[in-house]
Write a protein that binds this ligand. Structure first.
Ligand SMILES: *[C@@H]1O[C@H](CO)[C@@H](O)[C@H](O)[C@H]1NC(C)=O
Ligand SMILES: *[C@@H]1O[C@H](CO)[C@@H](O)[C@H](O)[C@H]1NC(C)=O
Ligand SMILES: *[C@@H]1O[C@H](CO)[C@@H](O)[C@H](O)[C@H]1NC(C)=O
Ligand SMILES: *[C@@H]1O[C@H](CO)[C@@H](O)[C@H](O)[C@H]1NC(C)=O
Ligand SMILES: *[C@@H]1O[C@H](CO)[C@@H](O)[C@H](O)[C@H]1NC(C)=O
Length: 183
């Protein structure tokens, strides 16, 4: 079960951002808040559930309107952003999790030819790593896939056009007391 609390802040060019309403917070989801496909569904209590207990499922939830990340008058300006989620990954088996999930920015809604499992519903064998994908994702990966050079079975990765992450780190958190990063 996956619950998300989603906040996106566009920090530059406030006038353009204001015209686009890209500063939003969801405290739970309803049918017209996100565009769903595949196995994704809203639960009756307002959670977004991306997959269920059946194997090899994939599902997506898209913000319904396009968000501008580049100033169309200048190729050099890419807007920065900030986002916060609250989520849970619930596994049927205690020893093997589902393959994971990703926060994704894509040129259009949906990934029609994408595979589930280690491909996280984003790519397939043919287009993995293809620069024409124009896809940016942050993967929360709960299975180690040697074919994508995964470091372990519980990591965060930066994916640019493919699942071979360009940056990665084992899942960890900062403790309030005594500071420091903890596994
Ligand atoms: C986004 O909205 C919140 C709540 O309305 C506000 O406090 C914040 O300043 C806004 N941020 C930007 C970048 O507009
Ligand atoms: C989500 O949908 C509900 C019902 O239409 C609406 O009241 C709410 O404002 C929407 N939330 C956002 C963040 O758009
Ligand atoms: C999961 O969802 C699929 C449809 O996306 C459905 O066919 C399947 O029966 C569901 N599995 C469970 C365990 O609910
Ligand atoms: C991979 O995905 C692309 C893009 O959706 C699609 O054109 C292609 O047919 C898919 N390839 C396979 C082998 O499924
Ligand atoms: C991903 O990594 C695997 C394993 O090292 C390699 O065989 C494959 O070519 C890589 N794919 C891309 C698109 O970089």
């Amino acid at each position: 079960m996956i619950a998300m609390f989603f906040k996106l802040l566009i920090l530059t060019l406030a006038s353009l951002a204001a015209a686009e309403d890209v500063n939003f917070t969801y405290n739970g989801f309803r049918s017209d808040n996100l565009s769903l496909d595949g196995s994704a569904q809203f639960t009756s209590n307002g959670l977004l559930m991306v997959t269920n207990d059946t194997e090899e499922q994939k599902g997506h939830a898209f913000y319904p309107n396009p968000v501008t990340f580049k100033n169309s008058y200048s190729n050099s300006n890419v807007f920065s952003f900030s986002t916060i989620f609250v989520f849970a990954v619930r596994s049927v088996s205690t020893t093997l999790g589902g393959h994971g999930m990703a926060f994704v920015i894509a040129p259009k809604r949906g990934f029609p030819g994408a595979y589930g499992g280690p491909f996280l519903g984003l790519f397939n064998r043919t287009n993995n790593g293809n620069p024409t994908n124009h896809v940016f994702a942050v993967e929360l990966d709960t299975v180690r896939s040697a074919s994508f050079n995964d470091i372990d079975n519980n990591h965060v990765g930066i994916d640019i056009n493919g699942l071979n992450s360009t940056g990665f780190a084992s899942a960890a958190y900062y403790a309030k007391k005594n500071g420091g990063l903890r596994n």
